[in-house]
Design a protein around this ligand. Structure first.
Ligand code: HEC
Ligand code: HEC
Ligand code: HEC
Ligand code: HEC
Length: 337
């Protein structure tokens, strides 16, 4: 089939162009990174091997799919699956690997055709033009932008703006090593023209003695506080204010194989006021709130903070920390705990 020949040729060219020598295969990347969501369809991810899931997406053309995989999408596909250090070529190879799983079922439009194709053009062009790392601003969106999916939620917090990229702001915390914890004059936040900026201790030096984590700015802030390595002021205005710490864990049972979620009040109320969450984000009643991964990925519920100012969604086990009590077949009495 002529399409697939071109497709293969283009893919090979891309792979050859990739600067990395010891490259992981598309399968490796899929297994390590993408399968988390694409094996089960988590948060609406098109499932591996499921032609029906992929058909409408494939219709937009290979370049658009690559673009989604590299830059993320407003509906929950994190840029590079949340692993921003992956070379572009490996991410594309993982896309190819997933597409190969539905090869018989769907046709991949060749790049040229796809661009001319139907109204897809209209929708895509303006979107592309704006595809840049998004600020977290809740700016009013241009009319052409795709409408966000939103769960009916009473939370007054800005979750998604229609300008697509914003909700992917959780990727803000998934910077490559070279962009992480830059010295104040280079961080894009502090004014390099101000002498005070140069007097500030660079974060790398300041963080050196703090306990490490695998995500965000690589500091385990909960532990840093627990070990009294930091002593943040609880109230900006009142230096004497003490937090009202409440030690109450709420377990949210998760359907399926993921461990249950333990929401700890203690670790949150050491930093936050009750009013930061109640009642705007959560009704203070166990089980009264509908929480889903999809909502979190869209920046709602736990996602109001996690991925923005607290550890990101990629750290599954931080939240899904309680092993299910396996409803095993009647266990021999000796095995009972
Ligand atoms: C945390 C979950 C998650 C991970 C990890 C993830 N994806 Fe996705 N992906 C999604 C979701 C959700 C969608 C559907 C988003 C949408 O409809 O815009 C999606 C959609 C896609 C699409 C289709 C985009 C489109 O325009 O229709 C591609 C391609 C894709 N992902 C590639 C990848 C690759 C490659 C990886 C691994 C490097 C990966 N994804 C990892 C959640 C994930
Ligand atoms: C980071 C967000 C957050 C903060 C801050 C927070 N809570 Fe909660 N709270 C929750 C969540 C999430 C639940 C569980 C809701 C559910 O299961 O639907 C909850 C549940 C509760 C419940 C219901 C318990 C039950 O067994 O039904 C009470 C009471 C409560 N919180 C009080 C407080 C108080 C008091 C504070 C301040 C000292 C506080 N919360 C701070 C997120 C928060
Ligand atoms: C208002 C902001 C906010 C919301 C909403 C929020 N968190 Fe957090 N969470 C934080 C902050 C801040 C920390 C501490 C910093 C960090 O770990 O990145 C934290 C830490 C945690 C920790 C780490 C505890 C530890 O011992 O390391 C867990 C687990 C957690 N949150 C789960 C949740 C879950 C589950 C939800 C939703 C039910 C949620 N959080 C909602 C702000 C929030
Ligand atoms: C910030 C905390 C947090 C993190 C990080 C997190 N989850 Fe969740 N997850 C939740 C909460 C809360 C629920 C809702 C539980 C419930 O039904 O009450 C949930 C639900 C789920 C569900 C059930 C289906 C659904 O969508 O509600 C799955 C599957 C899941 N998570 C997978 C994952 C995977 C995989 C990761 C890592 C990529 C992850 N989660 C990371 C908090 C988190």
């Amino acid at each position: 089939m002529k399409i697939s020949n071109k497709f293969v040729a283009a893919t090979v060219a891309l792979l050859l162009a990739a600067p990395v020598i010891a490259q992981q295969s598309g399968k490796d990347v899929y297994t390590k990174v993408c399968a988390t969501c694409h094996a089960t369809g988590l948060a609406g991810a098109p499932r591996y091997g499921n032609g029906a899931d992929w058909a409408p997406r494939v219709a937009t053309g290979l370049p658009a799919l690559y673009q989604s995989a590299l830059k993320g999408t407003p509906k929950g596909m994190p840029a590079k699956g949340g692993h921003l250090t992956l070379p572009d070529g490996e991410v594309k190879a993982a896309v190819d690997y997933m597409l190969a799983s539905v090869k018989g079922a769907v046709k991949v439009a060749e790049p040229k055709k796809a661009e001319e194709a139907k109204e897809a053009k209209e929708v895509k062009e303006p979107k592309k033009a704006e595809a840049k790392p998004a600020p977290v601003a809740a700016a009013p969106a241009p009319a052409a932008a795709p409408a966000p999916v939103r769960a009916a939620s009473p939370a007054p917090v800005a979750q998604t703006t229609a300008s697509g990229e914003d909700i992917n702001s959780f990727n803000r915390l998934l910077k490559p090593a070279s962009k992480r914890n830059l010295p104040p004059p280079e961080d894009g936040i502090h004014d390099p023209a101000n002498d005070g900026t140069h007097a500030l201790q660079p974060p790398l030096a300041a963080f050196a003695s703090l306990p490490k984590s695998m995500s965000g700015n690589r500091i385990n802030w909960v532990e840093a506080l627990g070990q009294k390595k930091i002593n943040p002021r609880y109230d900006r205005v009142d230096p004497k204010a003490e937090p009202i710490v409440m030690d109450l864990n709420i377990v949210r049972e998760v359907k399926g194989s993921m461990p249950d979620v333990v929401y700890p009040h203690k670790q949150h109320t050491e930093w936050l006021d009750c009013s930061n969450c109640h009642p705007a984000i959560f009704v203070p009643q166990k089980g009264a709130n509908q929480i889903s991964m999809a909502a979190i990925l869209l920046g709602e519920k736990c996602g109001v903070c996690h991925g923005k100012v607290a550890f990101p969604v990629s750290e599954c086990r931080n939240c899904h920390s309680k092993k299910k009590e396996m409803a095993r077949s009647p266990a021999p009495a000796a095995a009972a705990k």
